[in-house]
Write a protein that binds this ligand. Structure first.
Ligand code: TXA
Ligand code: MG
Length: 343
């Protein structure tokens, strides 16, 4: 493909929106892979019933074949066509949280090809709330398999420009549906076991899930589970620059801690540092960039990946993030930061 062959279609008027729905649906019906907006992060989508089309997703992302892909639906009917059984707990969760950022892992139906599930007997299903994604699925009439639209292990894209930067040369169409409202990936809940088990924390929090399901299986992300949901492998969602999470009392404290970090000390020149802070905001002096995100988990989730993309773009050699509080509202963010900082 020629450089930057991807067409980026805007959707900000109803005419543009409809034209983009038709264009995306046409390519998807022809078995192509396109990048589409969702409320969590942008997805790299293909017809979930078409094994060859889904295979292209794996190629484009460089995704290992053992990592299953979630599918997106826009009706209960399509969800039920994709699974073997639809237990009462799925119905309760769907009524409470769909459309929205919750992926339910259930026994898969015959119609879902092996490649989607990485050969396993379960499939992750989500009904996204983004109006564009919903409209395309309705127009297609089949579910869309879609992982995040980034090369494997890199930071998920939260706008069309992030996707273009990553995949502009590898796909034909990117639909611009604006900045992703939630900004981090969906909560993944395994309903193939009882009680259900949280595989990936997200903005739909454990307390909210507990209120509906009553009980969750406890257990940490140990190896068996990591293989079960390979997105939970340690280093993931990572920017190019090393990332560290630190707590500091004041600016001097931050600078002292930085001066003794292995990545910063003993070098001919100090690294270009991008600081992302929410509470103790240092002056810009000596830093490549200082970003402030409000001390609020929703706002932080929405902005975090854009900040990490910015860091990479502006040549950060070290990204320093002010540690989030250790409360449950911040769990999904702490999880992503832990993975992004893993070495
Ligand atoms: O918010 C999201 O979920 C985004 C948007 C595009 O919808 N998608 C996304 O997909 O993050 P992906 O593939 O990047 O992450 C899906 C996660 C991975 O950790 C994968 O291992 C896990 O869900 N997963 C998918 N199918 C599974 C299954 N059948 N059993 C267990 N885990 C599964
Ligand atoms: Mg991903």
């Amino acid at each position: 493909m020629p450089p930057d062959s991807a067409q980026i279609l805007p959707t900000h008027t109803s005419k543009l929106f409809t034209a983009a729905v038709h264009q995306a649906a046409m390519l998807l019906r022809a078995g192509e892979v396109v990048a589409l907006p969702t409320e969590t992060v942008y997805g790299l989508a293909a017809n979930a019933f078409n094994a060859q089309a889904v295979e292209r997703i794996f190629e484009i992302k460089g995704r290992p074949a053992y990592n299953p892909i979630i599918i997106h639906v826009s009706s209960g009917e399509l969800a039920m066509r994709s699974v073997e059984t639809w237990p009462a707990v799925a119905e309760k969760l769907a009524s409470a949280f769909w459309p929205g950022p919750l992926t339910l892992v259930l026994k898969r139906s015959q119609e879902i090809p092996d490649i989607v599930t990485a050969g396993g007997c379960t499939v992750g299903v989500r009904w996204p709330s983004h109006p564009f994604m919903q409209a395309v699925i309705r127009e297609c009439g089949f579910p869309l398999a879609a992982p995040s639209a980034n090369p494997s292990n890199l930071v998920s894209p939260t706008n069309a420009e992030h996707v273009r930067k990553y995949l502009g040369r590898r796909i034909r169409l990117i639909v611009d549906g604006g900045q992703s409202q939630i900004g981090i990936e969906s909560t993944v809940l395994d309903l193939s076991v009882a009680p259900p088990r949280l595989l990936r924390p997200g903005m739909i929090r454990e307390e909210a899930l507990l209120a509906v399901v009553g009980e969750l299986r406890q257990g940490s992300t140990k190896s068996a589970q990591a293989i079960k949901s390979p997105g939970q492998l340690r280093r993931h969602y990572a920017p190019q620059a090393p990332l560290v999470v630190l707590s500091w009392q004041n600016e001097q404290d931050l600078r002292t801690q930085l001066s003794i970090l292995p990545v910063a000390s003993g070098k001919e020149r100090p690294p270009t540092i991008h600081v992302i802070a929410h509470t103790h905001i240092p002056s810009h002096q000596g830093f490549g960039r200082v970003s402030v995100i409000p001390h609020d988990p929703e706002a932080f989730g929405r902005a975090l990946y854009s900040e990490l993309h910015q860091g990479d773009e502006t040549g950060a050699e070290l990204i320093v993030v002010e540690a989030p509080p250790e409360t449950s509202e911040w769990l999904a963010i702490s999880d992503r930061l832990k993975r992004a900082s893993a070495t």
